[in-house]
Design a protein around this ligand. Structure first.
Ligand SMILES: NC(=O)c1ccc[n+]([C@@H]2O[C@H](COP(=O)([O-])OP(=O)(O)OC[C@H]3O[C@@H](n4cnc5c(N)ncnc54)[C@H](OP(=O)(O)O)[C@@H]3O)[C@@H](O)[C@H]2O)c1
Length: 250
């Protein structure tokens, strides 16, 4: 997989040999870049025009200061960390979860939040994202916390919600492996949301205005998994608000 580069191709050093560092080095290499690393803690960092830090957020500022050399552009792969607090020139945050086993195609089709302290730094981040098959979009330091919250709601909280569904099923006496019956439901819902948007994807008693059924559900939650009641009530309120939004044309 070799992608034509619109600008001169820089040499890249990747620092941090964890989940993202290994995937980034392998994807950049496959895209035709000359890549050194990824190097782990304490290992020498090869001189390069671009130094990409894939270290834990709390270590970025210290590592950035340590690796900075004349002329090198230093960037991080963090979603939450501003360029200002990290003291880096660019950011390239792939909007996906890495678990460690990803290959060179890990960035293909993935949205990548890019940022730069200069047009040159921003262009480098966008070039790297495109070269590995990602889709760059720009974010500012001021947008980062909100951007990262959106990502957490979409991904982390979705897992929390599915865990709550499993808990409710278990508390109601359904089989221990009930997750396998929830999975097709959830996949279908995500596909509908992706294709048609939230209002059209919304099904169930609330959007049908069937408050009697909602009340029976609430009684079951209160009886069998009362620790979920506050979450249930809040989600009912948010779902009623979504149901009231403009009818989807779909
Ligand atoms: N994982 C994801 O899903 C994901 C997705 C998008 C963005 N990110 C971002 O990518 C960055 C890296 O995350 P990750 O998940 O790849 O973390 P990770 O798997 O924990 O890997 C971090 C690596 O950095 C190394 N490290 C720590 N301090 C270092 C130092 N001073 N010098 C060199 N290496 C050092 C660690 O080594 P030790 O093991 O010796 O500590 C570890 O190998 C973070 O900014 C994170 O927010 C992660």
């Amino acid at each position: 997989m070799s992608t034509p580069h619109p600008h001169r191709v820089p040499r890249i050093s990747v620092v941090g040999s964890g989940r993202v560092g290994r995937a980034a080095a392998s994807a950049l290499r496959a895209a035709g870049y000359e890549v050194a690393g990824p190097v782990g803690r304490g290992a020498p960092v090869a001189p390069a025009e671009v130094i990409l830090l894939a270290v834990p957020d709390r270590a970025i500022a210290e590592v950035a200061a340590a690796v900075r050399s004349d002329g090198a552009l230093v960037g991080h792969t963090s979603g939450a960390t501003t360029l200002a607090e990290a003291g880096v020139d660019f950011g390239l945050h792939p909007l996906r979860a890495f678990t460690g086993g990803e290959g060179a195609d890990a960035f293909r089709g993935v949205g990548c939040a890019v940022a730069g302290t200069s047009p040159e730094a921003l262009a480098v981040a966008a070039d790297l994202a495109r070269a590995v098959g990602g889709e760059p979009f720009e974010i500012t330091d001021a947008q980062r916390a909100g951007y990262h919250a959106a990502a957490s709601i979409a991904s982390n909280f979705a897992v929390t919600l599915e865990a709550a569904a499993e808990r409710m099923a278990e508390a109601s006496g359904l089989p221990a492996d009930f997750r396998r019956h929830l999975v097709p439901l959830v996949r279908g819902t995500v596909e509908n949301w992706a294709e048609h948007g939230p209002r059209a994807a919304l099904t169930g008693p609330i959007v049908r205005g069937d408050e009697a059924t909602v009340a029976r559900q609430r009684e079951a939650v209160a009886a069998h998994a009362p620790e979920l009641l506050a979450l249930f009530d809040e989600l009912c309120d948010r779902t009623r608000a979504l149901a009231r939004t403009e009818e989807s044309p779909v």
